[in-house]
Design a protein around this ligand. Structure first.
Ligand code: SF4
Ligand code: SF4
Length: 239
C-alpha cells in the first residue's frame, strides 16, 4: 500500500518534472553524476524499498548495499542548514558520502530509475557530462533543488534523513523489510542507524526575491497539487 506521504512525494516529483526545462542533457542511461553522495529522507527510502520488493529484487539489492563506501552522519540537514543561515550563522554545505559510483548502477543505467530520489532528479545539466566535462547546472535548478528538498525534509520531519545507503540500511529493520535480516550482516543495518539523523521542519526558504521569480511558480504548483482531495500545502501544514 502506498502511504499518503509517498503520494505527496510523487506529486512533488511530478511538479518538478513539469517545471524543469526540456532542453536538459540528462536522460536515462547517463550516469557520470551517479555517485554515493546522495541525501534522502525515510519516505524516499521507503519508496525505493517498495520498488525493490515489488520487483522481487531483494537479493540483488542486499548485494548492492554491501558495496557501500564510508559515509558520514550529516552535521546539518537541509533544513538545519537553512535554520543556521536564517540565524545569520556562517555555515557551509557539506557532502554526505563518497564519490564512488552508486551501487544501483547497472552499466550506465539506474536500476531503481522510477523510484530514484529527489537528489538524483534535481541534479540536472544543460551539457552532457563526461569524466572531463562537469555538469552545467543553471542557477534556477540550484535554488529550486534546495527549496524542494526543504519541503521533502519537512514532509518527513522526525524520521530518518541522511546518505541514501545509510537510510536504506536503517530501513532494513522495519517489518516489511525483515527479509534483509537473512541477506545482510546485522552490523550493516546498525551502521545505517548510526549514521542517520532526524529530519527537521522547514524554518523558511532561503530564496532571494529574484530567485522567487523562477522558483515561485514551482513552489505554488507543488503547494496547490492535490493528493487524496487535499492540497500538498494543507498536508504539509497538518490541516
Ligand atoms: S547531470 Fe550530467 S551525467 Fe548526470 S544525467 Fe545529467 S548530463 Fe548525465
Ligand atoms: S539512485 Fe540511480 S540515479 Fe541516483 S545516483 Fe544511484 S544510479 Fe544514479
Amino acid at each position: 500500500m502506498i502511504s499518503l506521504h509517498e503520494k505527496v512525494l510523487e506529486g512533488i516529483y511530478d511538479e518538478f518534472e513539469r517545471w524543469a526545462d526540456e532542453s536538459l542533457a540528462c536522460k536515462k542511461g547517463c550516469a557520470t553524476c551517479c555517485t554515493q553522495n546522495v541525501i534522502i529522507t525515510a519516505v524516499e527510502g521507503e519508496r525505493i524499498h517498495r520498488h525493490v520488493r515489488e520487483n522481487g529484487k531483494e537479493e540483488w539489492f542486499a548485494a548492492a548495499l554491501q558495496q557501500k563506501a564510508a559515509t558520514k552522519k550529516p552535521r546539518l540537514t537541509t533544513n538545519g542548514f537553512a535554520e543556521s543561515c536564517l540565524r545569520g550563522e556562517d555555515v557551509s554545505p557539506e557532502s554526505y558520502g563518497s564519490s564512488q559510483p552508486c551501487p544501483f548502477l547497472d552499466g550506465d543505467c539506474c536500476s531503481i530509475y522510477d523510484a530514484r530520489p529527489f537528489s538524483c532528479r534535481c541534479f540536472v545539466s544543460t551539457q552532457t557530462c563526461s569524466p572531463g566535462v562537469p555538469a552545467l547546472i543553471g542557477e534556477k535548478y540550484l535554488s529550486a533543488s534546495t527549496a524542494v528538498m526543504q519541503m521533502i525534509e519537512h514532509l518527513g520531519q522526525g524520521e530518518f534523513i541522511g546518505n541514501m545507503l545509510d537510510v536504506l540500511l536503517a530501513l532494513c529493520g522495519v517489518s516489511e523489510n525483515r527479509k534483509y535480516l537473512a541477506l545482510l550482516p546485522a552490523s550493516m543495518s546498525d551502521q545505517g542507524l548510526a549514521n542517520v539523523v532526524k529530519a527537521r521542519p522547514l524554518p523558511g526558504f532561503l530564496l532571494l526575491e529574484e530567485e522567487m521569480e523562477t522558483v515561485g511558480p514551482l513552489l505554488h504548483a507543488i503547494f496547490a497539487h492535490e493528493v487524496e482531495g487535499r492540497s500538498i500545502e494543507d498536508i504539509l501544514n497538518n490541516r
